[in-house]
Write a protein that binds this ligand. Structure first.
Ligand code: AHR
Length: 295
C-alpha cells in the first residue's frame, strides 16, 4: 500500500505527474494507491501523511508544496517505521534520515539553462549590447521549483550587466494568477523586453495579458517569453509563435518512484538523491520535437 500526497492540480505539469503516478501504482502492477490532492496547501499534506501513518501504508510518497515544515510529521513516519520517498520538489529537514530517497529536477540548473539560452539568443540577434528589462512570474514561494529557478537566474544574470530585473512576483504556478500579475506588470512598465515565467501555465496567462494589452511576444514579437516545464501546450504555443523557449522539467516520476520501492522491497540500496535528465526546447525546434513528447 502506497500513500501519495500530491501538491494539487495547479498546472499541466502537475496533471502529467499525477497521471504518471496513478498509471504506475495500479492494482494490476501490484499496488494499492491512496492518492491525496493537497490543493497547494502544506497543512493538507501534513494531514494526509498522518492519515497514511494511521492506515499503516508500506510507503509514503510526498511531492512537497514547500521545502520547510516537514520535520515533525516525518519523524512521526519514521517512528512508525514507514519509509518516505520525496518526489519532484525537495524538502529542507535537519535530519536527512527522515526520508529514504528523493527523485526530481535540478531546478537551479533549469535557471542556469534559461539564462544561457537568453544570452545566446540575444547574441544571435545582435542585441548583446542592448539594455534588457526583465520581469519574472515566480512559482509558489518557498517551493524548490521557485527557489531553484529564481536563484539560478539571479546568479547567472550577474554575467550580463546590461540586464535588469524590473520586478519579480509570484503567480502561484497557475495560468489565472500568471495573467493577473502580468497585467499589473504591463501597467507599471512600458519597456519589458523579457518575461521569465517559472512554469508554462503562468507563461500562457502572461501571453494572454500581453495580447490583451495590444503588445506582441514570441520570436517575431516585442517581448521574449521564457518558460519552464515544456508541456505539450508549450510546444503548441511555440509553434503558434507566442513563446520563445521552454526549459524542460520532467514530470514522469511514477516509474522512477516504483523502481525505488522495488529496490527497497528486495533489500537493495537506493540513491539518496537522483536528478532526472532535462533539455531546453526553443521555438525553432518545437514543430520537430512535439511529436516525440510524452506529456
Ligand atoms: O515542482 C514542479 C513545478 O510544479 C512545475 O514547474 C510546475 O508547473 C508545477 O506546478
Amino acid at each position: 500500500m502506497v500513500g501519495f500526497s500530491q501538491v494539487g492540480a495547479e498546472s499541466d505539469w502537475r496533471t502529467a505527474n499525477t497521471e504518471s503516478m496513478k498509471s504506475t501504482f495500479t492494482e494490476a502492477n501490484g499496488y494499492k494507491l491512496i492518492f491525496d490532492d493537497a490543493q497547494q496547501k502544506q497543512e493538507n499534506q501534513l494531514k494526509a501523511v498522518r492519515n497514511f501513518i494511521q492506515q499503516d501504508v508500506d510507503y509514503i510518497v510526498i511531492a512537497p508544496v514547500t521545502e520547510t515544515g516537514w520535520d515533525t510529521v516525518l519523524q512521526e513516519a519514521k517512528d512508525a517505521g514507514i519509509p518516505v520517498i520525496i518526489v519532484d520538489r525537495m524538502i529542507d529537514v535537519s535530519d536527512d534520515s527522515l526520508y529514504t530517497a528523493w527523485v526530481g529536477s535540478n531546478f537551479l540548473q533549469e535557471g542556469y539553462d534559461a539564462v544561457a539560452w537568453l544570452g545566446d539568443y540575444l547574441k544571435k540577434n545582435n542585441r548583446s549590447d542592448d539594455d534588457i528589462n526583465i520581469v519574472t512570474l515566480q512559482g509558489t514561494i518557498g517551493s524548490s521549483a521557485q527557489i531553484g529557478r529564481t536563484d539560478g537566474v539571479e546568479e547567472k544574470m550577474k554575467d550580463y550587466p546590461k540586464w535588469k530585473m524590473l520586478e519579480r512576483q509570484t503567480g502561484e504556478f497557475t495560468q489565472a494568477k500568471g495573467q493577473e500579475v502580468m497585467e499589473s506588470f504591463l501597467k507599471t512598465y512600458q519597456d519589458i523586453d523579457v518575461v521569465i515565467a517559472e512554469n508554462d501555465n503562468m507563461a500562457f496567462g502572461a501571453i494572454d495579458a500581453i495580447k490583451a494589452a495590444g503588445k506582441t511576444c514570441g520570436p517575431k514579437g516585442d517581448i521574449i517569453i521564457i518558460s519552464f516545464d515544456a508541456v505539450a501546450a508549450a510546444f503548441d504555443s511555440m509553434i503558434a509563435g507566442d513563446m520563445n523557449v521552454s526549459v524542460e522539467c520532467n514530470p514522469l516520476h511514477g516509474p522512477r518512484v516504483a523502481e525505488i520501492i522495488q529496490k527497497l522491497e528486495k533489500g537493495e540500496s537506493v540513491d539518496k538523491i537522483a536528478y532526472v535528465q532535462e533539455g531546453v526546447y526553443p521555438a525553432d525546434t518545437a514543430a520537430q520535437e512535439k511529436p516525440k513528447r510524452a506529456y
